[in-house]
Design a protein around this ligand. Sequence first.
Ligand code: AMP
Ligand code: ZN
Ligand code: FE
Ligand code: FE
Length: 281
Amino acid sequence: MKIDLHAHSTASDGTESPAELVAAATAAGLTTLAITDHDTTAGWGEAVEAAIREGIELVRGIEISCSRNYRSIHLLGYLPDPDDPRLAIELARARDSRVNRMDRMIRRMADDGIPVTVEEVRAQLAPGATLGRPHLADALVANGVVPTRDEAFRDLLHDGSKYYVGHYAPDPVAAIKLVRSAGGVPVLAHPFAMRTATISDDMVEELADAGLAGLEAHHRDHEPADVERAVHLAERHDLVVTGSSDYHGTGKLNRLGEFTTDPREWSRIVEQSHGVKVIKP
Ligand code: AMP
Ligand code: ZN
Ligand code: FE
Ligand code: FE
């Protein structure tokens, strides 16, 4: 089995449609793929149709943008009921606040003479998709301000940039409880990546007590010491260990299947879920 539990489509900031993502996963030899777009389940329907066509196991998931002390923390939620009202309202609130946040970032750039408009950013976005900095990056590339999405982040859009504006995001404890109450299984995404370097051992314990199910240990943004730390903490708190690519199509260097999840760990996730079913080939 080759199980990759973290990938993005055009429903957020991936560059492939949900159907294209599923086809790419099949071509990459995966047996199981999770579609985990930022703050939305909009890609699920198309992905399910494609998975049935391609004969691949599909996991319906999300990646919820959370925040604590102005630091961004990403929480993967596997197999939650998308119609759970509390979860749906919270995701909608986060998506709405991203619209106003984008306006403010664009205004800050305009004040500095950087040419980009809301319409140009919108042109980079699939209908119904979650708006994010990657779309602003793509608009800057299209306008010739920067050559690539990566350089847009490095020079203009990183968290410490003067153009950066945050958006509404729930605390991770609240998000863990929402995912659980919707029957989903919450796993911390890339917990020790540089961007989320504030996650302490104590915080992992706090999140485990709140209902966290697992840690994404094997991920491109983790150094060997980070992987070791995650595996160790998972043992201590009886958490599932996952590995995934965090694929974004051509939007990032990450390749499908570059990190994978052990089948025994995957089955521990399925056992804990009671939201939606895994789509079987
Ligand atoms: P946002 O949620 O709108 O603040 O945007 C953050 C998202 O941008 C992250 O979840 C990543 O998917 C993406 N991102 C962050 N850094 C980079 C980068 N250097 N290149 C491409 N995408 C990035
Ligand atoms: Zn992303
Ligand atoms: Fe993430
Ligand atoms: Fe991601």
